[in-house]
Ligand binder design. Structure first.
Ligand code: DHB
Ligand code: MG
Length: 241
């Protein structure tokens, strides 16, 4: 049975129970009274008002990543694909000791992200770089090697999917041993295991990074499937040896 037999539409289909569970858990574990809640809602609204695509992470994933950073006492986190800065706000606002570097190729997205980061009061700890990931990463690598920035303890890869593996390959040498790297949109509604969707860079990029991680002695990895308010998807979690 293929995923298309279960979910009749594309991978963005939402199940009312998944959404209700997210609403229940968020209302108990991160209610609107939390200090960063209003800024996070503002970031999504401002991003939408300024025409950014509605593909940001959602609260459950944002807090999950922020808690990973807290548990690992991460000093420096990197994000590829800033979009409107939503995930960066989560990481920085939940972790006062954390500095974030975030890379975005689209100047308009980067401008909107800067507004959102300033509104959230975290712009002083989020270094937002404009450029293609494959151009900015070598610069960041030199800064880390020179001791100008701490080594990376957390990385979130959520940019152009065809470069998933290239980004991962480049960031591994910038990471501390034990650093955690997540790659977004790996399951894509089950597209991961559907050969007919290999023409979609999201699917081919997901397979390339999963298969390469499995063969790479520098890291260990596993895929976590997720359901929730956005869709059926999942992340690749990688830990640096
Ligand atoms: C989509 C979702 C994402 O999380 C992303 O990074 C890119 C695209 C999408 O829904 O198409
Ligand atoms: Mg994504």
């Amino acid at each position: 049975m293929s995923v298309k037999d279960i979910f009749t539409s594309d991978w963005h289909i939402q199940h009312p129970v998944w959404t209700a569970v997210d609403a229940y858990t968020i209302s108990n574990l991160h209610p609107p009274s939390q200090p960063n809640s209003a800024a996070l809602v503002y970031a999504l609204k401002n991003s939408r008002d300024q025409g950014l695509p509605d593909i940001a992470s959602y609260p459950v994933i944002g807090k999950f990543f922020a808690l990973q950073c807290r548990a690992l006492r991460v000093k420096h986190a990197l994000e590829l694909g800033t979009l409107g800065g939503y995930t960066s706000i989560w990481l920085a606002s939940e972790n006062p000791g954390l500095q974030v570097t975030t890379i975005e190729v689209n100047p308009h997205y980067r401008d909107v992200a800067q507004q959102n980061l300033e509104h959230a009061g975290v712009a002083d700890r989020v270094d937002s770089r404009l450029g293609a990931g494959l151009d900015v990463l070598p610069v960041l690598g030199k800064e880390i090697a020179a001791g100008e920035k701490p080594r990376l303890g957390f990385v979130y890869i959520d940019a152009d999917k065809k470069n998933n593996w290239n980004y991962l390959d480049q960031v591994i040498p910038m990471c501390d041993s034990g650093a955690v790297i997540f790659v977004d949109n790996i399951v894509a509604g089950g597209g991961l295991v559907d050969d007919a969707q290999l023409g979609d860079p999201m699917v081919s990029g997901a397979r390339e990074v999963v298969e390469n991680v499995g063969k790479d002695d520098r890291v260990e990895g596993m895929v976590l499937q997720t359901v929730g308010e956005k869709s059926y998807d999942g992340v690749l979690m990688v830990v640096v040896n």
